[in-house]
Design a protein around this ligand. Sequence first.
Ligand code: HSE
Length: 436
Amino acid sequence: MKKDAINVGIIGFGTVGTGTAEILIKKRKVFEKKLGFPIVLKNIADLDVKRDRGLKLAKGVLIKDSEKILNDPDIDIVVELIGGIHPAKEIIVKALKNGKHVVTANKALLAESGKAIFDAAAKNSAELGFEASVAGSIPIIKVIRESLIGNKINNIYGIINGTANYILTKMTEEGVKFDTVLKEAQELGYAEADPTFDIEGVDSAHKLTLMASLAFGVPLSFKKIYTEGITRITPMDIQFASEFGYKIKLLAIAKQADNEVELRVHPTMIPQDDLISSVNGVFNAIYIEGDSAGAGLYYGRGAGDLPTGSAVISDIVDIARNIKTGAVDRLFSIGMSVNPKLSLKKMEDIRTCYYLRMSVIDKPGVLSKISGILGSYNIGIRSMIQKDRKKEKAVTLVMMTHEAREKDMVMALKEINRLSIVSEKTMYLRVEGGEG
Ligand code: HSE
């Protein structure tokens, strides 16, 4: 058995670092009682040692130099919470080489260059905890790798970016424009350092990369994920979606069928009575379907100091227990079981229903021209609304289609957009759960 206390060093004292430190400090006695040994926050390293984070730290705990943590033989677990690629990558690799176990919330790093890191963890027989990297407080990594281990997972989809969901919720509830609400969302403090990651779907794609690798055994595929954000969405589309009985959400989708995996992030129309439609504000929710467990929905706070800190703590405690019981490497992780039979489906081959919003000149024959083009690409119209724009010649034509192939839709829209009767580029959105 190792020495009594398990010592932890946190690198990065921002929002999540503060939340994690707060839980470690305030619940120290509770942990000791529940675990039978103490977990000690030995050091926190951050370049800014002046800012008041509202936490009382013992003298000498907060330091500037992260090397001190990496080289301290007493520290068992290094918690990387600085985010970004560099120097987080070098810090994690060095910690692993120095025989430390590592916990991180760094989804961008793991999704974009995770292979080197997971390989370094395996080589050094070290644990790498990353629960906090996906969906904040929701224990989704634990669900996939532990709770659902008896399942073949075929379908995962969800709202995994709180900032984008907050923006869409405000646009839906208050009819406000995208730009107006973006600033408000940033002020809430949930946005990434580069907020385009939130609104362009990149953060969701990072998180989807990790979930898909764990669930399906595909290699980390961030660069191959089709990623589209929410900046094109207008209050008008939200209103039309509602008239058809739908809501618009930024979804991350992973499906597995016939040895093919499709991975995509885009704004999606989903039926208003789907549970995910009621996930509002900064909340996240993930739907997972396993062949034994059936369907399940996991809901909670996807960001923030204490909610994400709570996920970091769960990894620290898991690792501490594994150290104590000599069971390090207990858990199945990314890269341990790659299924060589699986390939990624090309975006052009996915099949889904579509919402189309066109601006067309109102004259006889227009509708037959448009439905003719759609029909020539095997796209059938399911329902349609026409809205008059007073005092203007153009009218808005809004359609829901039957299921079609993405490539056919892209080609049909190219043809439609070239027509002289079409006055604006056609808006299109993919629809999930429409024809089921
Ligand atoms: N920027 C992320 C979000 C933070 O808004 O969900 C949590 O990963």
